[in-house]
Design a protein around this ligand. Structure first.
Ligand code: ZN
Length: 68
């Protein structure tokens, strides 16, 4: 617990309160648009799926899973 935890909480809150943040988030692999889903974000362009952990999108190619 500490500053980093507080920062994470605020990131969660901002993300939850303002879905328009999706407009400024993009796929780190191809810069494509991301589609918010129940528990992850899917790139509309290349199909990579990024997890959302504790409400925070993990936009790391290493963590992404290719989906259909
Ligand atoms: Zn992509």
């Amino acid at each position: 617990m500490g500053v980093s935890s507080l920062l994470c909480d605020s990131v969660v809150n901002v993300f939850m309160l303002d879905p328009r943040l999706l407009d400024i988030l993009c796929c780190p692999a191809c810069r494509g648009d991301l589609e918010a889903r129940a528990s992850d974000l899917k790139c509309k362009a290349c199909g990579l799926v990024y997890p959302i952990e504790d409400g925070i999108p993990v936009l790391l190619v290493d963590r992404a899973v290719k989906e259909g």
